[in-house]
Design a protein around this ligand. Structure first.
Ligand SMILES: *Cc1c(COP(=O)(O)O)cnc(C)c1O
Length: 347
């Protein structure tokens, strides 16, 4: 039976070209900055993002934490969306490791945070209060339907923050999905942010790795924090080599994932017992719900698994499906057929 894995775009396997690149990568000790392949990935990344310097890290979670540690001292505060990955899905690392206090503000359904909500969250000077030190955004926004943030919105947050002497960090785990959805240059999405992290290991299909970009000075300090976290990786050129292929070859095809997500959503909209807002499908992430009184999410997960479809529930009746390089249009048809037959039995 063919398995269709819609749990996440992290399940993507490296391409043949990536495996070849790993095999032939020139290597050295990256803690001595002597791995030519890592140096090349970092140069390519910095150039692509329009930043001075870049640093390879082992995961998106490490990239975000390294940036928070570089921006903030213990006891300082980060303004962050209440549905952000950094707040919900990174083990509370900023407080657990950094002693940094997250101050959550409401994420709108499109992944933005209202400018007035951010302004209201910025602390004044008071002996009782933590000091606001950083503002974080997420693009595309995982929990908010994979919505891309517009360049103008990111610029407006940065302008407001910079007027107040605050830097902005962007969790750009899926920044290239935003690039493809909005048809913009990635530089337009990150121009004003002070640091950005992006994943090589999601839709871009590299096996491991994320990259952090910022000023030369920022990245020098980030390198120390990466070392502190145990992330100095020696001959990790074998990780960087497929990352170079990912950036060069795997960005444009994200459009296929977006097209498949749209077809999946349109199919789901036609299945009785399933609820979806097709206007809230922006990139490669599809959220839908089971109508009240029908089967529970865990049961639907199990019944889909019997039909070779792997999925995750994100609530008692809520689902997320993610399209990626390992999912073709036939797989979308198979998934819709399976959903339809399960839901028809439930009528
Ligand atoms: C996946 C993800 C991360 C972290 O990535 P890992 O490499 O799994 O640690 C960070 N932010 C967002 C929005 C993500 O979706």
């Amino acid at each position: 039976m063919r398995i269709v894995d819609l749990r996440s775009d992290t399940v993507t396997l490296p391409t043949e070209e990536m495996r070849d690149a790993m095999r032939s990568a020139e290597l050295g000790d990256d803690v001595f900055r002597e791995d030519p392949t890592i140096n090349r990935l970092q140069d390519i990344s910095a150039e692509l993002m329009g930043k001075e310097a870049a640093l390879l890290v082992s995961s998106g979670t490490m990239g975000n934490l390294v940036c928070v540690l570089t921006h903030c001292e213990r006891g300082e505060e980060v303004i962050i969306g209440d549905k952000s990955h950094m707040f919900l899905n990174e083990c509370g690392s900023m407080s657990a490791v950094g002693g940094v206090h997250p101050h959550t503000v409401l994420n709108q359904p499109d992944g933005t945070i209202r400018l007035e909500d951010i302004k209201a969250a910025i602390r004044g000077d008071n002996d009782h209060w933590p000091r606001t030190r950083l503002i974080c955004l997420e693009n595309t926004h995982n929990r908010c339907y994979g919505a891309p943030l517009q360049p103008e919105y990111v610029a407006s947050v940065c302008e407001m923050a910079h007027e107040r002497g605050l830097p902005v960090h962007l969790d750009g785990a899926r920044i290239f999905n935003a690039v493809v959805a909005l048809d913009v240059d990635v530089k337009d999405l990150v121009r004003h942010v002070d640091s950005v992290s992006f994943c090589l290991s999601k839709g871009l299909s590299a096996p491991v790795g994320s990259v952090v970009c910022g000023t030369r000075e920022f990245i020098a300090e980030a390198r120390r924090n990466r070392k502190l976290l145990g992330g100095g990786m020696r001959q990790a050129g074998i990780v960087a080599a497929p990352g170079i292929v990912a950036l060069g070859k795997m960005v444009k095809r994200l459009a296929d994932d977006h097209e498949n997500a749209r077809r999946l959503a349109e199919g789901i909209a036609g299945i009785s017992g399933l609820l979806i807002d097709p206007d809230k499908v922006y990139t490669n992430i599809v959220y839908f719900e089971i109508e009240n009184g029908r089967i529970g999410a865990d049961e639907l997960v199990a019944r889909l698994a019997d039909k070779g479809i792997r999925t995750l529930s994100t609530g008692p009746r809520r689902f997320r499906m993610v399209t990626h390089y390992g999912v073709g249009s036939d797989d979308i048809e198979q998934t819709l057929k399976a959903l339809k037959s399960i839901m028809e039995q439930e009528v």
